[in-house]
Design a protein around this ligand. Structure first.
Ligand SMILES: *Cc1c(COP(=O)(O)O)cnc(C)c1O
Length: 424
């Protein structure tokens, strides 16, 4: 299946119609648990002598189809789904790391991820150095003896910085740590981080992959390329106290981390995806290839239009020739630059708030990647808890407005912004 192209995989990968009773649509297996044939069968499943479903906190047939499909479209060897993108990130990092470990991360991250790394994980003894990600050597310079991961977003939300993924992945290889890339904004429709050296890819499925704003979900896709036996990760090469002495690397090989995510991450932290949400997200994923193209076309059109408005101080979209990320966008995002546009309104904080209050088609809410157009003023909402210096390194200025450009007619979107500009 994974030899096939993206659009085909988005529709078919993981779903064997002969196994699922001939159902053309993926069925929802809304069951918490699975009947064992007998006690020996149950014992084999628990000891991994045989693979199968035990309990939906660990896995579920509907979720498994979503996992296989995500692995296929990102080019990984396995994937695990979670209740949200945040559950994917926190469970992934807590499965990978322990107290005393250190992360090097881009300073322009999704606000929730930034807080996890900056405030919550340090409480558990896991610290992060945030670096200006525009230069890969900044990652190398921040590496310590206890560094165990690099973490970035391929297209930062909301800074929209396109990173030199190849350069950063080379530094991660040099440091012998996994390179983790949150690919939520770019989506596998525009960029596959594994092709550029990512070892683990993260998605908030809530955004473009689900795409209709109805279901939370998250995923980690494992490239299967990281050498867990390099000496820095004894949890993979020594018997695991958490799974009756299992030596992950020896017993499971390349997908060792995928298994650890299920056997320890989901078992102990419990952030499992509801099968109903997996179903909704699969419906969305089927049309991701066509949606993400149109989101990109609409966003570029609107960004160019905004650049010519006198009420606008600046526009940031990596597809614009004026963007300082345009060269990197040509290299990493040649098929389109996704649907997020940010811009500054003349008049600063107050004018930005007024404009945000005045739109009628653009909905004021804290989400991205919906088919419907969305607007938010991050300085007063999503990034309100950060101080001004932190806001700046996250790329959030007082006048910044973030648009998630939807699939409405582009002329209606322009008219909506035009009447909102008139209102300020
Ligand atoms: C939304 C988002 C997340 C968090 O995902 P949730 O599904 O909201 O928990 C993580 N990373 C990025 C880039 C996001 O946009």
């Amino acid at each position: 299946m994974s030899d096939q192209k993206f659009s085909t995989n988005a529709l078919h990968a993981g779903h064997d119609v002969t196994v699922n009773g001939g159902t053309r649509a993926v069925p929802i297996y809304q069951s918490t648990s699975y009947v064992f044939n007998n006690t020996d069968h149950a014992a084999n499943l628990f000891s991994l002598a045989e693979l199968g479903f035990i309990y939906t906190r660990l896995n579920n047939p509907t979720n498994q189809i979503l996992q296989d499909r995500l692995a296929a479209i990102e080019g990984g060897i396995g994937a695990v789904v979670f209740a949200s993108g945040t559950a994917a990130i926190s469970t992934g990092l807590m499965t990978l790391l322990k107290a005393g470990d250190h992360i090097v991360a881009s300073s322009s991250l999704y606000g929730g991820t930034y807080n996890l790394l900056n405030v919550t994980l340090p409480r558990l003894g896991i610290t992060t150095t945030f670096v200006d990600a525009s230069n890969p050597s900044n990652f190398a310079a921040a590496v310590q003896d206890n560094t165990r991961a690099f973490f970035v977003e391929s297209l930062g939300n909301p800074k929209l910085d396109v990173l030199d993924l190849k350069g950063i992945s080379n530094e991660a290889k040099e440091a012998q740590v996994p390179f983790i890339v949150d690919n939520t904004v770019a989506t596998p429709g525009l960029l596959n981080p594994i092709e550029h050296g990512a070892n683990l890819v993260i998605h908030s499925l809530t955004k473009y992959i689900g795409g209709q704003g109805n279901s939370l979900g998250g995923a980690i896709i494992d490239a299967g390329t990281f050498d867990w036996a390099n000496g820095k990760f004894p949890e993979f090469t020594e018997p695991s106290a958490g799974y009756h002495g299992l030596v992950y690397h020896e017993a499971l090989g390349a997908p060792a981390f995928t298994f650890k995510l299920i056997l320890e991450g989901l078992r102990d932290f419990g952030g499992a995806l509801s099968p109903f949400n997996a179903f909704q997200i699969l419906q969305g994923l089927e049309t991701l290839p066509v949606r993400i193209k149109q989101h990109s076309i609409n966003a570029l059109d609107l960004a160019e239009w905004l650049e010519n408005r006198e009420e606008v101080a600046w526009v940031n979209y990596p597809g614009l020739k004026s963007s300082k990320y345009n060269d990197l966008a040509k290299e990493y995002l040649p098929k389109g630059q996704s649907g997020i546009v940010t811009f500054g309104v003349k008049g600063g904080f107050e004018a930005a708030k007024k404009l945000t209050d005045a739109t009628k088609i653009f909905s004021l809410l804290a989400n991205i990647g919906d088919t419907k157009s969305l607007i938010i003023h991050p300085a007063s909402t999503t990034h309100q808890q950060l101080n001004e210096e932190q806001q700046q390194s996250a790329g959030v200025s007082q006048d910044l407005i973030r648009l998630s450009v939807g699939l409405e007619d582009i002329e209606d979107l322009k008219a909506d912004l035009e009447q909102a500009f008139a209102a300020i």
